[in-house]
Structure formats: C-alpha cells, structure tokens
Design a protein around this ligand. Structure first.
Ligand SMILES: Nc1ncnc2c1ncn2[C@@H]1O[C@H](COP(=O)(O)OP(=O)(O)OP(=O)(O)O)[C@@H](O)[C@H]1O
Ligand SMILES: [Mg+2]
Length: 279
C-alpha cells in the first residue's frame, strides 16, 4: 500500500509540474509584455490547452505591436504632409500688405512648423525602437546633471553611486532630460534624488524625484500638462520656447518601461516630478 501511494503521489506531482511549469513561463511573458511591447513571442509548448492559449497570446501581442506601429506611421505621415500647405501659406503671407498682419501670420506658421518637427522627431524615435539593455541609472542621472551644470544651471544629484537598471538608455535619457529641462526652464534649477528598494527583493522599483523651486503647477492642470502641445498660459506668454511635447514624450517613454510619472506641488513651493521605474 505504502509503495502504491508513493508511486501515485510521485506520478501526480510530476503531472502537476508538467502543467504548472509552462504556466509560470506564460505568466512571466505576460508580465514582460506589459513592460516591453517588443518582447519575443512565447514558445508554444506544454499541454494542448496551454499551447492554444500561448498561440492566442502571441497573436494578440503581434496585433498590438502592429497597431502601435500603424498609429506612429500615421502620425508621421500627417506631420509630413502638413509641411507642403504650410510652405504654400508662407509664400502667400509674403504677399500680405499689412506688415503687422504679415509678422503675426509668419510667427503662427513658425509655431506650426516647430510643432510638426517635434511630432516627426517623436514618431521617428519611436519607430527606431532601440533594444533594451542593462545600464547604471545613477550614472545616467549624474551625467545628465553634469551636462546641465556645465551649461551654467543649478542641478544637484543626491543618491547612491550605482544602481543597475534595465531599459532603453537613449529613450530614458531623453525622458529624464525633458523633466530636468522643465525644472530649469520653469523652476530655475533642480535637485534630483534617486531611491531604490532593498536589494534582492523581487519587484524593485527605482524612485526618482526631481524638485525645483519654481511656481509649480495648479493641481487641476496636473493631467492636462501631459497632453501633447498643452502649455500653461503663463509659459506661452513668457515665451519660454518649446512646443509642449516634453511631458507627453517623457510619460510615454517611462510608461513604455512599465513605470510612471506623477506631479506634485511641494510644501516648500516648487514642483516635484516623481518617476517610478521597475528595476
Ligand atoms: N517644473 C515645472 N514648473 C512649472 N510648470 C511646468 C514645469 N514643467 C512643466 N510645466 C508646465 O507644463 C507645460 C508642459 O510642459 P512640456 O515639457 O510638455 O512642454 P514645454 O516645456 O512647454 O515644451 P517642450 O518640452 O516641448 O520644449 C509647460 O509649458 C509648463 O507650463
Ligand atoms: Mg518641456
């Protein structure tokens, strides 16, 4: 009896393992897809039902990737095609007699061209998706600060000397640079603080705070400033340059890494932009 029970136990354990091991791989792949839309398709293995689920999952992933690519392509096409009518308008504006009216028309056309260039740059960078790799996040933040100090701005790094992370360095660099440049443009300088969770835990996050001493942003505008081309009224009138793509680009890149950006007004005054990034 003992021997039979032992054999039955062993066989059922093996059978259960055969089913659950690929399931664990399946769950890991779903998690990976949420962070990286370009992850490799899953190998179709295991019991029949799981193979069917894997196939459906791979198809869904391929469709999502194609959908995103199509949208980006469309954005690029619209941006590109708008250039011709703008050039025509510019020629016509040259024929306007009223000099004040002409100046305003040309300045509007300049603004439209800047928006289109920024849109095209966004579409282009998104299209050439760089591969993910390991890099030192602390190094990246320090070098971003150094560049800004060299340009004569106040930029302070506070955090560990090293923090290994994974992702697309060029894109992340641009996202963080956008947040820092906002802090400089609207807040006169910043301190960036990096915190990482305890080593060895499974879901470690990096927390990056970028604090400035500027006027902050009214709480009702927190979501709106992430919309493409949205700028607060005072930034338009102060003529700080920029088209209003900085925050939306930053958020799209950071969300593409499974993280997020949030804004808060600091009690001491100024804005705090917080980036969470899974390590
Ligand atoms: N640190 C900040 N302090 C105060 N206001 C800010 C700050 N960062 C952003 N804003 C406001 O949010 C708006 C949107 O920022 P975003 O970076 O998207 O665009 P931009 O800086 O105007 O232009 P771009 O980044 O494309 O050059 C800004 O115009 C500004 O009004
Ligand atoms: Mg900006």
């Amino acid at each position: 009896m003992g021997a039979i029970v032992a054999v039955i136990l062993l066989v059922s354990l093996l059978a259960a393992r055969r089913v659950t091991a690929p399931l664990a791989g399946f769950a890991a792949a779903a998690e990976r897809l949420s962070v990286d839309g370009q992850a490799d398709p899953l190998p179709e293995e295991g019991p029949r039902e799981l193979r069917a689920a894997t196939r459906a999952f791979n198809r869904m992933q391929a469709r999502l990737a194609r959908f995103v690519a199509d949208r980006t392509q469309m954005l690029a096409a619209i941006g590109h095609d708008l250039r011709t009518p703008i050039t025509r308008l510019r020629l016509r504006a040259e024929l306007v007699d009223d000099p004040e009216m002409q100046r305003r028309m040309l300045s509007d056309l300049d603004e439209m061209e800047a928006m289109i260039s920024a849109t095209l740059a966004f579409a282009r960078d998104d299209a050439q998706r760089e591969p993910r790799g390991r890099f030192d996040l602390a190094d990246l933040l320090q070098s971003l600060c150094d560049d800004r100090v060299d340009a004569g701005h106040r930029a302070l790094y506070d955090g560990p000397a090293h923090a290994v992370a994974e992702g697309r360095t060029v894109a992340l660099r641009r996202a963080l640079a956008n947040l820092m440049d906002n802090a400089i443009k609207y807040g006169g300088g910043f301190t960036v603080r990096l915190e990482t969770g305890p080593d060895g835990s499974q879901h470690r996050n990096a927390l990056i705070h970028i604090d400035d001493d500027g006027p902050g942003i009214p709480e009702a505008e927190f979501e709106k400033v992430f919309a493409p081309f949205y700028r607060l009224e005072r930034s338009r009138s102060r003529d700080t340059g920029g088209v209003g793509l900085g925050l939306s680009t930053a958020r799209s890149i950071i969300r593409g890494h499974g993280g997020d950006v949030t804004l808060a007004n600091r009690a001491e005054g100024g804005l705090r932009a917080t980036v969470t990034l899974p390590l």
